[in-house]
Design a protein around this ligand. Sequence first.
Ligand SMILES: *Cc1c(COP(=O)(O)O)cnc(C)c1O
Length: 427
Amino acid sequence: MPESHFHPDTLVIHAGQRPEPVTGAVMPPIFTSSTYAQKSPGEHTGFEYSRSHNPTRYALERMVALLEGSTIAESDDPSRGGYAFASGLAAMDCVLELLNAGDEVVCMDDVYGGSNRQLRMVKARSQGLKEKFVDMTDLSKLESALTPRTRLVWIETPTNPMLKIVDLAAIAKLVHGRCAPAKFGPAPNGGIADGCLLVCDNTFASPINQRPLSLGFDVAMHSATKYLGGHSDVVGGLLATADLEIARRIRYHQNAVGAVMGAFDAYLVLRGIKTLALRMERHNQSALKIARWLETHPKVDSVIYPGLPSHPQHAIARKQMVGPGGEGGKGGTVGGRGGFGGMITFYLKGDLAASRRFLERVHLFTLAESLGGVESLIEHPAIMTHASVPAAQRDELGIADNLIRLSVGIEDADDLIADLEHGFAGV
Ligand SMILES: *Cc1c(COP(=O)(O)O)cnc(C)c1O
């Protein structure tokens, strides 16, 4: 049976994996060697230098490529369309290096702060990229932002921290109806000469809940620091594509620019992915339970969670994160696949002082930035993760002093609810 037919529960264990050929080691060893012996000048085993080729990194890259639905054969590309980087932002940087100076980029308005910063504060200056930030929950806004010179559309869904959902299939249809698929200049380093590349930051959903490539996207990007790693002990980034031409350009730039993931980190992320399907199932179930509980709580003003019918894009989330015949109500798993994720935001009834008291009283939820780990985290976007967003823009997006963000971990959901209740008692 081809690997692409396996259920995600099986893929996370086996995709692109095989025993190490010399010793039979079942788990890929951490290959720390920076260089590899050659028999005769230029005659090597496919491994020359570890920035370019590393067996541990390849094992992770193949895994993520297949999890995201790549069908590229290993004979065409040793990592099958998956590429690992030192961080999520390094992965984004590699995509932006595929553009030429002065190209136009259309970006979702509510994206990870660091992604916004890289575009606005770095690439606008160093590459002269021309950026438009638009709310793509309104497709007409995207349509009017596209021009014949748009070379990249960058989206994120669910977004951070407002958990907006954008319709991936509808966006792919619109963008690829208006712009031809990206065509590259001459190999090996030619940038996007014509057409448009469509990229989805899939960090918040994980490939268990959402597969952008299957919905018409060209590239899926991850901060592996979050759900893929899953244990808050590694920083990394990944790209995956099912298109061999795009794969070759990413591979070239990954090596030529050089922000690759190290072998130790690749090992940690691969180890994390083995339990990704199990972890996401629990994240999905517990977050849905906690979101429903919060929605009835007298000290909560409103809850934003894609799995609640009150979410403005609930129907889209159901379609693209849960799938046909999906029963989000059963805890967000459909035949073990899909759900609405582990992130919840809500508005507390109260002011900044009330938010502070609440955040100081919870114990199981650790007050910290980041997300996607086995442990539950809680944070205050206006003061913490989104402090760099100007106050006026925060107001516009709804990032108020009483907005709280939860990353629901895999602890017992009732223990987590009791912890939140203890927090509310002090508000
Ligand atoms: C964390 C994050 C990033 C950046 O990833 P790093 O690994 O921190 O560089 C990008 N996008 C999203 C959605 C994130 O949550």
